[in-house]
Write a protein that binds this ligand. Structure first.
Ligand code: NAP
Length: 453
């Protein structure tokens, strides 16, 4: 079916950094056909030619914007003005003859979500229940359970749940999608994927940069809401979920929801930090206690994960830029019995999400030579090295899925609800953050939380 995609917020950072490139790649690879029409919306008084000039200023110089020339038109509109939606409707109708699907991407601040949804619905750009009309909402979806519920209640007046796509771009990353394949397509792993064999799970998303020029947004959010509520809890859900009945989005979401509803973080198991110098960043109040670092010890109270702690760590201005999931296995009792005088490592599986994309498995082997000595060895699968040509970016995958109406990698309302419940409970008792220069400043306190003392 032909498609018209309208992007609100087309002069924003997300369009410059991610969406323009993703659309170019999809067109180049013929993942979307030449009849695909894109309408780019913002308030600026541009012609389409001027809009291309604007994009040129912001996108990387090696990106070939000409690929979009036959498919893209710029439209000036104010998203707060209801009359402009009637104009937009005429524009969309002029782009394609029926039947066509009418898709919307809201790359705008969350405070506009409800106004845009209402404008779209009033102008009958999307009919409730008719899935040829669908709409993407960028994160964050609310700032608390209460606000997320309020937004969702409004949206559900205009659209059915299956027309609403809440994006978490982490889910579009190839190695995140690899988690289910690794777990359920490998007997060796799935048979040992429980407290019988696993001692602990760590999920780390560390950044070296500070908040840059996002001060206003970041200070009202903090690491707990910006990272844990979405990306890290989604990663936890994929690692901890039971096998879904099928790979349909409903079946996968059902299992993820159960995990999130059974995830508990006690207040004493949370550590918060703020990097030194944060208060001197642009638009940060001098008395801000917003956290830029979080460490949590979470419990997943399902039979599979009895007594297995899940350690979640995220922060800015840390010593490395890295996102990974580390599964630590228990030591095998035979190893100590049979090779008592040797040092053995416990098996460890590392799923590298970024910057390294791959899987590393630490195991014990016999040291080459005449001695009967055990040493450790690292099996290393580099996922990104296997790709030929274009490495699909998360946004490319998510846009493609949105266009073909596959919602598996988008977050359902029930997942949002369960994650906000975890965060709100912690935010209520948030202690003042520790000022840090490096992650080693947390070594003692994290070690205490890990040991439960
Ligand atoms: N940037 C990222 O890398 C990133 C990553 C993940 C999620 N997100 C999410 O994506 C969303 C957009 O972020 P962003 O960084 O792209 O925002 P941004 O750079 O501030 O851009 C906001 C866009 O909204 C438009 N806009 C604002 N008020 C408008 C109005 N009344 N009528 C029409 N257009 C209006 C602006 O157009 P004008 O030119 O007319 O002002 C601009 O195009 C946010 O929800 C953010 O949390 C962003």
């Amino acid at each position: 079916m032909k498609t018209v995609l309208t992007i609100f917020g087309a002069t924003g950072n997300l369009m410059h950094k991610k969406l323009a490139l993703a659309l170019i790649q999809l067109l180049k690879q013929k993942q979307i056909d030449d009849s695909f029409q894109i309408i780019c919306v913002s308030r600026r008084d541009y012609t389409t030619e001027m809009y291309f000039e604007h994009l040129k200023e912001f996108v990387k110089s090696d990106i070939d914007l000409d690929v979009l020339k036959n498919n893209l038109e710029y439209v000036k509109m104010d998203i707060m003005d209801l009359n402009d939606y009637t104009m937009l409707r005429k524009k969309i109708e002029s782009k394609s003859s029926f039947p066509y699907q009418s898709l919307f991407y809201l790359a705008v601040a969350p405070e506009f979500f409800v106004d845009i949804a209402s404008g779209i619905s009033n102008a009958k750009l999307i009919e409730k229940g008719n899935s040829i009309g669908r709409i993407v909402f960028e994160k964050p979806f609310g700032v608390s359970f209460g606000s997320a519920k309020e937004i969702n209640q409004k949206l559900s007046e205009y659209f059915e749940e299956n027309q609403i796509f809440r994006i978490d771009h982490y889910l579009g990353k190839d190695m995140i999608q690899n988690i289910l394949v690794m777990r359920f397509a490998n007997r060796l792993l799935e048979n040992n994927w429980s407290s019988d064999s696993i001692s602990q799970v760590s999920i780390d998303v560390k950044e070296t940069e500070g908040i840059g020029n996002r001060g206003e947004y970041y200070d009202s959010s903090g690491a707990l809401k910006d990272m844990i509520q979405s990306h890290l809890l989604q990663m936890l859900a994929l690692v901890a979920m039971e096998e879904p009945k099928s790979l349909s989005s409903d079946d996968i979401r059902k299992e993820k929801i159960k995990v999130l509803q059974n995830t508990i973080v006690k207040t004493q198991n949370a550590v918060f930090g703020q990097y030194e110098g944060y208060l001197f960043e642009q638009k940060i109040p001098q008395d801000s206690i917003t956290e830029t670092f979080v460490f949590l010890k979470a419990e997943v109270s399902t039979p599979r994960w009895k007594n297995v702690p899940f350690f979640l760590t995220t922060g800015k201005k840390l010593n490395e830029k890295k996102a990974e999931i580390i599964i630590d296995f228990k030591e095998h009792s035979s190893a100590k019995k049979l090779w008592p005088n040797n040092n053995h490592t416990s098996n460890q599986l590392v799923i590298g999400i970024s910057e390294y994309e791959g899987i590393r498995f630490q195991m014990n082997v016999k040291k080459p030579g005449l001695n009967d000595t055990v040493s450790d060895a690292l099996l290393d699968y580099c996922h990104s090295c296997q790709k030929i040509g274009n490495n699909p970016e998360a946004y490319e995958k998510l846009l493609k899925d949105f266009i073909v109406n596959n919602s598996t990698l988008f977050t359902s309302w029930k997942e949002i609800e369960a994650s906000w419940n975890i965060i709100d409970h912690l935010k209520k008792d948030l202690s003042n953050p520790v000022i840090y220069k490096s992650i080693s400043d947390f070594a003692d306190i994290i070690s205490k939380v890990k040991r439960g003392v």
